[in-house]
Design a protein. Structure first.
Length: 168
């Protein structure tokens, strides 16, 4: 199986925010942005594996600035890490006031997806070809997050087995 470059599967998605996306004060609901993030990240995952991919986890999702009705939202999503059947996608969301030109970093997120065959079983993914220093840095950071998730999962299992000696 041939590996794929980060740029081969990256996605840029953009959408104007409308009144149905917001509360009465004109602030776009976080859930609307989260759905767009899941769509962009899922597209990256499917592009890489050329198979179904499901959201396994959201490692981080940090809102930095609000989004308002009338803002033009741009999502950039790309792979940071590919394992055997799972992959981490990083997503950056920016919002732009088209009248003033002001751009704001709105959200950053890291999501893990699992590639599945038609029977719903995990499939082996193509490797990820890292070309730039930025891609290599993001890959190292993704590996660190993956390691931290695994340590936390081990702690949770230990806590379930021994509730008297639980340290979460």
């Amino acid at each position: 199986m041939e590996g794929k470059k980060v740029g081969d599967t990256s996605v840029v998605m953009a959408q104007m925010m409308n009144p149905q996306d917001a509360n009465p004060a004109g602030n776009v609901h976080g859930g609307v942005i989260m759905k767009l993030i899941d769509t962009a990240a899922g597209s990256v995952a499917v592009r890489h594996g050329r198979c179904n991919a499901v959201t396994a986890s959201i490692d981080r999702l940090d809102f930095h600035n609000p989004v308002f009705v009338g803002d033009f939202v741009t999502l950039r999503a790309s792979l940071n890490f590919v394992g055997r059947s799972s992959m981490e996608v990083g997503i950056r969301v920016e919002s732009e006031n088209l009248l003033t030109g002001e751009r704001r970093h709105t959200v950053s997120a890291y999501m893990t997806f699992v590639a599945l065959d038609q029977a719903g079983r995990p499939v082996i993914l193509p490797s990820l070809i890292l070309e730039t220093e930025d891609e290599k840095r993001r890959n190292r950071e993704a590996i660190a997050r993956r390691t931290a998730r695994r340590v936390e999962k081990t702690r949770e299992k230990a806590c379930q087995l021994d509730k008297n000696n639980c340290q979460l």
